[in-house]
Ligand binder design. Sequence first.
Ligand code: OOG
Ligand code: NI
Length: 478
Amino acid sequence: MADAQASSWDRDALRARFCLALSDMYKQEVPLYADLIEIVNEVDDNVVSDRLAHLNGASSSLAEAPYELPPRHRVERHGAIRLGTPYELTTIRRLFAIFGMYPVGYYDLTVVGFPLHATAFRPVETAALNKHPFRVFTTLLRQDLLSEEIRNLVGGILSRRKLFTDRLLELIETAERNHGLAAAETDELLSEALKTFKWHSAATVTIDEYNRLKAEHPIVADIASFPSAHINHLTPRTLDIDLVQKTMVERGIPSKERIEGPPPRTCEILLRQTSFKALEERVRFYSDQQSSWIDGSHTARFGEIEQRGAAVTRKGRELYDKLLSEAYRQAQNDSDGFDGALRSSFQNYPDNWLQLRSEGLIFVRYKLTSRGEERSGHAKDADSSPRSVSELIRDRLLDFDPITYEDFLPVSAAGIFTSNLKKDTRETAMRQGKPDRENFERNLGTTVSDEFLLYEEMERNSLEECRIALGLDTITKD
Ligand code: OOG
Ligand code: NI
């Protein structure tokens, strides 16, 4: 391949195409997903026009609820896949790197009784996130938590599975070697990659094996019974999840009863999610007894929507976890149920941007106000002595936006998981599993980034740019 072609390599553009291709495929596979996208687009259009009307009526102030207009909203998605072996995980890492998606965070799912651990593959740089923020929550089966009998069965099945076509493996190698691919090769890479995530309605195991896997844990059957790592949901981001939920119910879409994550707030934090229930799909299995293919069913794929808010600091996350568990405890004797308990416990989570920032609960991106911009024009003549962030905000030289949370909330995921899959007897044993990040990273072939450090760096860089523009020697953090 010529160098000139390699230089046209654009991971962000490729990621956007990959996400769009997956979305088109999933619309064909799960028509309700297409309906959901329509509802989200409709709701978001209404929200944007309402907020614009409101802004025109009132003068904009610092503490105003921020909002992002499309296009990021229009295209934003996350997906989820489940993998069986270290080889599958390493290869997925190599493939996603071509799309500029890197492993961030370690998620232990034994806390919810699943023999899984996970990471999120996503862009990490601000510019890349702005171009296209696609992310894929990727779980790996923990064979160490399975009973010996099922571990042997799963081991055999997965050692024969070929999740990636030979051509895909070849293209991944070419991309790595040449730091790029020619245009025709990128088309091929995308179509070969899609095959890895496609749904297959013929199982690779017999009906007896399927039932044994499912008795161990439904998720084990989902991972080990099929030839692909079918994408199990693809989630659009909305500006108003309560409204989408309401609209889904009105249109008869079988949505979940409640929204996971923080309660409704003025200043959105982290992630709120809801889903419509998993589809029961017809699957063909081979039956040894009948020496023929028979019809069965499998439940795995579902629809989900999310609303993203500000990324919280470690301190902010601790407060979130604390209030959430208080709500769980309270809900046991609260007649309003869990949502009532949640609203009441979250009274103790500040709900205005200035306070969230000054208390160190959220990450923010600093920017100059128009006054700050003016001053930056004469930065050379200005007083350069140290100032604090809060002084600069008070003097209306500095402003900020909350940084969007780009990651996942395992507790939210837990609600989704358990609403879709039936409980089973071995679940308690799986709950006793300990997180095993070291082994996960060994299987991945690299370490996962710490999401808190990534947000911290974004905040620090933004403040540094403002410091330089204002001609100050230092800006102290309050
Ligand atoms: C993982 C689900 C996690 C989310 O939004 O928290 C997830 C799975 O179903 O395999 O996608
Ligand atoms: Ni999800």
